[in-house]
Design a protein around this ligand. Structure first.
Ligand SMILES: Nc1ncnc2c1ncn2[C@@H]1O[C@H](COP(=O)(O)OP(=O)(O)OP(=O)(O)O)[C@@H](O)[C@H]1O
Ligand SMILES: [Mg+2]
Length: 597
């Protein structure tokens, strides 16, 4: 119930499809890059210009030092050189601001576009999808994975280009001064690349653990808050508190492990840089003494060596960012390429047939189940009030969900107005049906907004009329705030029966040709139940409407034109109340409820 889940990707590993290649993955990003090519082009131009401008500074220093050591330096010359350095610094600052805005801004745009696409895609998915991917998985994708892609396409790309340009140019300048000295000074650099590669790999791994721990922590807090009444009922507060503290401690430990690596990375870089400097001072100094190079060249060389340290570090870092980005992109790609199993067809003008819905030998097995939930159901659902009953688990809700097209059905088994549902537009079909599910779904909003959910444009009078038909109007008026009262998360401020009637009012307000009520009057007392029934019958009066009413109550069922009895996924009897009294299950149910009344 409230136990922590097993990592962000737990539910999605069940049926891993074959790995897709990088080019196919990059197709997801290509259109976004294409749309912003101008922005990116300008951004990278600014970035490369910054690199070249920075490389100029050691040249100015070289000229100044050479002039000083030759004792030929004049004040105006020194002033001019420092003026150039200042000017370059100003340009560098300006261009840095520009590329940051353009390139990092692009990575944020990319993240937003991917997030919107992912959200729209998830909204289009069907019930089997939501049974495979948990809320936690989807939240992890929307958070961590998109973030990793954004990092790879933003800072990752910047660091890659920057490191390439900087290192190539710095190396060229160094080689121009002295090939031998360059080779000597570069000796420790591979060590730096290896160290950053290893350490930043560890860093990412540990960072992932931190994020996983954080997901577990937040998921635990969420699950606890959602089931707070249950926890109090079972007096589990201390137990939950200990578990929470435990998760918190693990989160802190994993954060400390990250800090250890981060603490190592920079000192190592400086150490390696200083080893290079040691070699440079010794051999470079000798070259200056031998007068093979000037003091100015030596000073410039030192600056270029410092400039190389960052690109060398970046190589390892960028490799890891790219790896992480590709892994996340693969996960997002897997989500985006999942198609709903429920097929949908074009919009068709449908004839008004006598039968609204027809099931022909309808069979259905849930995606992960071994036993079928419905077996060869033959049923005609026409205008009027059709009751449905049967033992718990007999398949009533399953049938309702199939009528709503929440799960896929095979061809030739389900017909809406004479057409196979697999040839019809899902949206068009659903727009013909108002559905009240077995568990009422309400939002932390006002009562009026909860009722008007399916028709946000409905006038207050219409909302009140729907509430009256669902026999909830009087209750609403008794609340402080009336229709404007906020009902709390999932309607916690309402009684079970009030929640059910509110959900019914929502469906009645939609006024669609077909109404499916899945056992949604179960928490209502017998008197109110009759009042609600009158309300539903009134909406039917004189109109070609179809109502499918699932119920365990004989008092409700007896008002139906026809009743269908299900057992183990089969229809075992159908007829009116009187006819069904011949059925053993129905008669026993009727007698029991008679005795209790
Ligand atoms: N999402 C699901 N995945 C797998 N099996 C399911 C799923 N939903 C329901 N089932 C199974 O399908 C069978 C029929 O369930 P269904 O919900 O249709 O029963 P029901 O007649 O509505 O029962 P109740 O009167 O308790 O609401 C049950 O055995 C149930 O365990
Ligand atoms: Mg049910």
């Amino acid at each position: 119930m409230t136990g922590p889940r097993s990592g962000p990707d737990a539910g999605s590993t069940a049926s891993s499809p074959p790995e897709v290649g990088l080019p196919a993955l990059l197709q997801v990003l290509r259109p976004i890059f294409r749309d912003h090519r101008l922005r990116l082009g300008l951004g990278f131009l600014a970035l490369v210009t910054v690199d070249f401008l920075q490389l100029l500074i050691p040249r100015f220093v070289k000229s100044a030092v050479d002039a000083l050591s030759a004792a030929s330096a004049t004040s105006p010359q020194l002033l001019r050189l420092s003026g150039y350095i200042c000017l370059v610094a100003v340009f560098v600052a300006l261009l840095r601001f520009i590329w940051r805005n353009l390139i990092i801004g692009f990575s944020r745009i990319l993240e937003k576009k991917l997030r919107d696409r992912l959200f729209a895609h998830i909204l289009r998915m069907d019930q089997p999808f939501f049974e495979q991917w948990t809320t936690g998985d989807l939240m992890a994708h929307a958070g961590n994975d998109l973030n990793a892609i954004q990092m790879a396409c933003g800072m990752g790309l910047v660091a890659a280009v920057d490191a390439l340009v900087m290192s190539t140019a710095a190396l060229a300048f160094m080689l121009a001064i002295s090939v031998k000295l360059t080779l000597i000074a570069l000796l420790p650099m591979p060590l730096l690349i290896i160290c950053t590669r290893v350490l930043s790999g560890r860093l990412h791994h540990r960072f992932n653990l931190v994020q996983e721990q954080f997901s577990l922590l937040t998921e635990f807090a969420r699950a606890t808050l959602v089931s707070i009444r249950l926890i109090k009922g079972y007096t589990l507060e201390h137990f939950q508190e200990r578990q929470f503290a435990d998760l918190g401690a693990r989160y802190v430990r994993s954060n400390l492990k990250v800090a250890v690596i981060q603490g190592l990375l920079f000192p190592i870089a400086t150490l390696v840089g200083n080893i290079g400097m040691l070699l440079l001072l010794y051999y470079g100094g000798t070259l200056v003494i031998e007068a093979s190079i000037s003091i100015g060249s030596f000073v410039a060389f030192v600056s270029y060596l410092y400039m190389l340290i960052w690109p060398m570090m970046a190589v390892g870092w960028v490799a890891n960012l790219a790896q992480r980005g590709a892994t996340s992109l693969r996960r997002i790609h897997r989500l985006l390429t999942r198609q709903p199993l429920v097929v949908t067809g074009p919009t068709l003008a449908l004839p008004a047939t006598a039968t609204v819905y027809a099931c022909r030998q309808l069979r259905f097995t849930y995606p992960v189940a071994t036993r079928p939930a419905l077996v060869a159901v033959d049923l005609e659902i026409g205008p009027g009030l059709l009751g449905m009953s049967g033992r718990t688990g007999s398949g009533k809700s399953t049938l309702c969900k199939l009528l709503l097209r929440m799960y896929p059905v095979a061809d030739g088994q389900l017909f809406f107005r004479g057409r196979d549902v697999n040839l019809l537009s899902q949206t068009d079909l659903r727009q013909c049906i108002a559905y009240v599910s077995q568990e009422s779904v309400l939002f932390a909003d006002t009562i009026a907004n909860n009722i008007a959910f399916g028709r946000p444009e409905a006038a207050p009078e219409e909302i009140e009329a729907a509430a009256r038909a669902a026999a909830i109007d009087a209750d609403i008026r008794s609340f402080a705030g009336g229709y404007g009262a906020i009902i709390g998360e999932r309607g916690v401020k309402l009684s079970g029966g009030q929640r059910q009637r509110l959900a019914l009012a929502r469906a009645l307000l939609c006024d669609r040709p077909m109404l499916i009520i899945d056992d949604a009057l179960s928490a209502i007392d017998v008197e109110t139940e009759q009042e609600v029934l009158e309300g539903i019958l009134a909406t039917l009066a004189g109109r070609q409407k179809t109502v499918l009413l699932v119920s365990h109550r004989v008092n409700v069922l007896r008002r139906c034109d026809r009743i269908v009895l299900l057992d183990e996924g089969r229809i075992v009897a159908q007829g009116c109340h009187q006819e069904l009294l011949d059925n053993q299950f129905y008669r026993a149910m009727a007698e029991k409820q008679q005795n209790h009344a």
